[in-house]
Design a protein around this ligand. Structure first.
Ligand SMILES: [Zn+2]
Length: 220
């Protein structure tokens, strides 16, 4: 696979850490916090608190995505702030090299997309994000499950008994839907641009649509 230069809009002073993303993208990516600095970023694959137990991103990696994702998140953030909540980003653009490590380490191809088949993960196309809700003081609030919880607790439709959790997940879904994102049935934290197809080459869209609802849907 040819390597391309990643084209990221950034200030010169920010270029060093962003370059460490080691991205393999031929499309435009933007630092999410450059669009809305109030969005909190905690890249779970940049530390040990993830399913592989070690960091997959270099220290100082920024959360980057297509500009349309970044502006959509800013719109969702503006909505949530009216209710005294905010967004926290757990993951955004994910280079195929990192997706491959994740797929190899997870040993669970029911949930993690193989980057070498089909379209791989839509994170690697810069059109998907993983987000959760926090309060105005950036404290976690009760949600249905932790990140990358591959159990029924992670389903889009919350089926548990806690009304506070139900309110939180509903608020997050409303904010993201109003901002132009679609959710994923098996992962309440995962959102894709509703018009994601226009960002992929036609053959990749076809491949994605063919497996949509079977293998592709439900993989992070
Ligand atoms: Zn995701």
């Amino acid at each position: 696979m040819p390597r391309f230069n990643v084209h990221i809009c950034l200030l010169a002073a920010m270029a060093v850490p962003l370059s460490q993303v080691n991205a393999q993208a031929d499309f435009h990516l933007l630092d999410i916090k450059s669009v809305d600095p109030t969005i909190v970023v905690e890249l779970r694959y940049a530390g040990r608190n993830n399913l592989v137990g070690h960091s997959l991103y270099p220290l100082g990696t920024y959360a980057v995505a297509r500009p349309e994702v970044a502006s959509g998140l800013a719109a969702a953030q503006a909505f949530l702030r009216r209710y005294q909540y905010r967004l926290k980003v757990w993951d955004a653009y994910r280079p195929p090299s990192v997706q491959l490590k994740l797929w190899q380490a997870s040993h669970n191809n029911d949930y993690v997309a193989n980057p070498e088949t089909g379209v791989g993960s839509l994170h690697s196309w810069g059109v998907a994000v993983d987000v959760t809700l926090i309060d105005s003081w950036s404290r976690p609030v009760p949600m249905p499950s932790d990140f990358d919880d591959f159990t029924p607790a992670a389903m889009w439709r919350y089926a548990g008994p806690d009304p506070e959790i139900r309110t939180h997940v509903h608020l997050l879904q409303m904010a993201m839907r109003n901002a132009g994102f679609l959710g994923l049935r098996t992962e309440w934290w995962h959102f894709t641009l509703a018009d994601w197809k226009k960002y992929l080459p036609p053959d990749k869209v076809q491949a994605a649509v063919q497996v949509f609802g079977t293998q592709w849907q439900g993989k992070l």
